[in-house]
Write a protein that binds this ligand. Structure first.
Ligand SMILES: [Zn+2]
Length: 402
């Protein structure tokens, strides 16, 4: 993920060096992956139990700056109210962390049947989150109003809202949702513009699978791996791709639309207008439709429970979804050779019932060299996209010392 350009003083000046060093320290405190931090603090980077509290000695190691420089920068940052320090004992010196009073960020994740809102600190750590299930498809005004209401209640008294990360289950191209078939209620809407009006803060819009990929890469099962593919399988199927520790967006921002890989051009019609897409075999809607005769009105959880109890139709439907998923994954791993594939979204609740047959499908269709690429369940579960939205908002928040 690239940060927006910073309005630093002219390069090479003393002021510009000081600002650059301040940002080094702030980025380490915020857990933003940086070239110097990756080398200097591997082992600390991405720890699940990382509490964001550093000693000055750790900051010096992680930034590659001299201890005296770190000490003076920490004084400046504390003076600007951006960090809190606590006197320590012994050689390790005082501890430093981002100041709570420096503000908060929010993540908002809209789905076909849910609205989720998270509040995070400027390091992107979740402070609180909430999710509301929606029974009926919701227009964008109603969904935004719900999110605004939730956010207002969750963030009361926590400080100034700096930035918002917004996840949508649609290709995010120029921030306008192009098709009502993909995300009903949002067609033709400039998501960033309407969300900025709603939340009165800068908003960054991102595809929900990309956010899931970012979250699993930073805080989930993809921790410590520089390349991974996150496949989100819910009512739609999409993927987020991490290459070299960064999200890969493609030329127009819509990379990762794995759901519309053609598996059989004579196959079932897909909502995209093509036939035999991966999504038309693997999405929750299609698995439920396949079982409409045997398990009428069943939810996905009913189907998973029935499969565990030995219902052969439910088992077969999940296995078939998994085999097709593996077939699609074979194309992806042949092409990208990621270190692992993470499966998330609602369908991940089927667990090994889905994943074991996905691995079989992958082995059947992938080249030998990549056929054993691990296919693992998401660690963050249904919260993955929301965790990613909070991380995105924190990364995009520019902290100015002056
Ligand atoms: Zn399709």
């Amino acid at each position: 993920m690239t940060s927006p350009p910073r309005s630093d003083p002219s390069p090479g000046s003393t002021a510009s060096l000081r600002t650059a060093n301040q940002h080094r320290v702030l980025d380490v405190l915020r857990g933003v992956p940086t070239p110097w931090a990756a080398e200097a603090s591997s082992g600390r980077r991405g720890d699940a139990d990382d509490d964001g509290v550093f000693t000055q000695a750790e900051l010096a190691r992680a930034t590659g700056l001299a201890p005296a420089t770190v000490s003076s920068i920490v004084r400046e940052l504390a003076g600007a109210g951006l960090v809190d320090t606590e006197a320590g004992s012994g050689r390790r010196g005082s501890s430093v962390q981002l100041a709570r009073g420096a503000g908060i960020v929010a993540g908002v994740d809209f789905g076909h049947s849910h609205v989720a809102v998270g509040v995070g600190d400027l390091a992107g750590r979740m402070l609180a989150d909430q999710r509301i299930a929606l029974d009926t498809p919701t227009g964008h005004q109603e969904a935004l109003a719900l999110a605004k209401d939730l956010l207002a209640r969750m963030s009361a008294g926590l400080g100034e809202l700096r930035h918002v990360g917004l996840g949508l289950p649609a290709p995010v191209n120029e921030e306008v949702i192009r098709s009502s078939a993909i995300f009903p209620g949002w067609e033709g809407v400039n998501a960033r513009a309407v969300a900025e009006e709603t939340f009165a803060a800068p908003v960054h819009v991102e595809n929900d699978a990309n956010l899931g990929a970012l979250a699993e890469h930073r805080h989930g099962v993809g921790r410590g791996r520089s390349s991974s593919v996150f496949v989100k399988i819910s009512s739609g199927v999409g993927a987020g791709i991490i290459i070299g520790n960064e999200l890969f967006h493609g030329a127009g921002g819509t990379a990762g639309e794995i759901g519309h890989l053609t598996l059989d051009e004579q196959g079932p019609l897909c909502r995209c207008g093509s036939r035999g897409c991966l999504e038309a075999y693997t999405s929750t809607a299609n698995v439920l439709a396949m079982l409409a005769g045997q398990l009428p009105d069943a939810s996905l959880d009913d189907v998973v429970a029935a499969a565990h109890e030995g219902n052969v139709s439910a088992q077969r439907a999940l296995e078939d979804a998994g085999l097709h998923l593996g077939w699609g994954l074979a194309s992806i791993v042949n092409l990208l050779n990621p270190e692992l594939v993470v499966v998330g979204g609602d369908m991940a609740r089927a667990g090994e019932l889905l994943l074991e047959s996905a691995r079989i499908g992958l082995r059947r269709h992938a080249l030998d060299s990549v056929a054993l690429t691990p296919v693992l369940a998401s660690e963050l579960g249904e919260r993955a996209s929301l965790v990613g939205a909070v991380l995105l908002a924190a990364e995009r928040t520019e902290l100015a010392v002056d």
